[in-house]
Design a protein around this ligand. Structure first.
Ligand code: ADP
Ligand code: MG
Length: 306
């Protein structure tokens, strides 16, 4: 099947959001922004062999590339609306495209996002880039730069699971809770929305909790004290790797797509799946303590071109 057949068959769906005036099929999409709302634009690329192992099921690749973008939308407190897709195929067959599209739309449908355009090419290695536009009430977006001394540091979910799951996948292990946390990240859209007007700063954790908390602190001109003992480790990660290795995954492993945010200690009462892990301090240092003792954390995280 040629490019146009693939697009028609797998990537053309009726849009559900009223703001899509023209979607896939013309030279450009026409979108009607909602009055009074600002747009949040995010883009993320996944490259075969770099961001996902060769051989990861196509549906997981499609799901992930949407989910990692929605995580950025979530961290801004926005509602996702539209996305475009640039897909480069390298020997993947039609069955792969079908699987990819099913995962992509599964993630998009879960959050009401319409695919409104894209580009399809051949190349040396499979690459998928998704660009998502979200909307948010004017001036209300959550930024990295608002953390203040004395704020509490929170994280959603159980960080470390995805990195632990990826290590299992790389060892050829299959389908369980941890590998699923890598294959199918959960963008925290509802939590991000609930944090609008509540959180002082927010970032999504893609490169490791400590490294991403450092980015938030740098943007805010503050530091942080993290209590390692309060990290919300999943039972599965502790069972599979032991507590020490689980802590390492939680502090420095990538691919969590959880939210790390700051707020006053009592501001998040009633919010599910959120754990206090530390406090914002003066100065710039990120200090991790376990039973009172400072632990050395190599928080380089994942960096391209390092
Ligand atoms: P052009 O040559 O004018 O750029 P294309 O042939 O690349 O047009 O695309 C035709 C239409 O299909 C456009 O509306 C484009 O946005 C859409 N499209 C192309 N590839 C994809 C894709 N992978 N997913 C969704 N829409 C796509
Ligand atoms: Mg084109």
């Amino acid at each position: 099947m040629d490019e146009f057949g693939l697009i028609r068959r797998y990537f053309t769906r009726r849009a559900r959001y009223a703001g899509v005036i023209v979607g896939v099929g013309d030279d450009g999409a026409i979108l009607e922004p909602a009055a009074g709302l600002q747009q949040v634009q995010v883009i993320d690329t996944v490259v075969e062999g770099v961001h996902f192992p060769r051989g990861l099921p196509a549906a997981d690749v499609g799901y992930r590339v949407v989910a990692v973008n929605l995580s950025d939308i979530a961290s801004m407190g926005a509602v996702p609306r539209w996305m475009t897709l640039a897909l480069t195929l390298a020997g993947q067959d039609e069955q792969w495209v079908e699987g990819f599209a099913s995962g992509l739309f599964e993630a998009a449908d879960a959050h009401g996002v319409d695919l409104v355009g894209g580009d399809t090419t051949r190349g040396e290695v499979a690459v998928a880039t998704v660009h998502v536009t979200g909307e948010i009430e004017a001036g209300r977006a959550l930024l990295r730069s608002g953390a203040r001394t004395g704020d509490t540091v929170f994280v959603t979910g159980s960080p470390g699971d995805a990195a632990a799951g990826l290590s299992l996948l790389e060892d050829g292990r299959g389908d369980d809770y941890l590998t699923r946390r890598f294959r199918r990240p959960t963008p925290r859209i509802a939590t991000g929305r609930a944090l609008v007007g509540v959180a002082s700063a927010c970032i999504d954790v893609s490169d490791g909790l400590v490294g991403d908390l450092r980015k938030l602190c740098e943007a805010s001109g503050v530091g942080a004290d993290v209590d390692v003992g309060s990290l919300p480790l999943s039972d599965d990660i502790v069972a599979a790797f032991g507590r020490d290795r689980a802590i390492e995954f939680a502090l420095t492993g990538g691919d969590d797509y959880e939210l790390c945010f700051t707020a006053s200690a009592d501001a998040v009462a009633g919010l599910d799946g959120v754990t206090a892990i530390g406090v914002i301090t003066d100065g710039g240092a990120i200090v991790c303590r376990r039973d009172g003792a400072i632990v050395d954390v190599d928080d380089g995280g994942y960096r391209h071109f390092a």
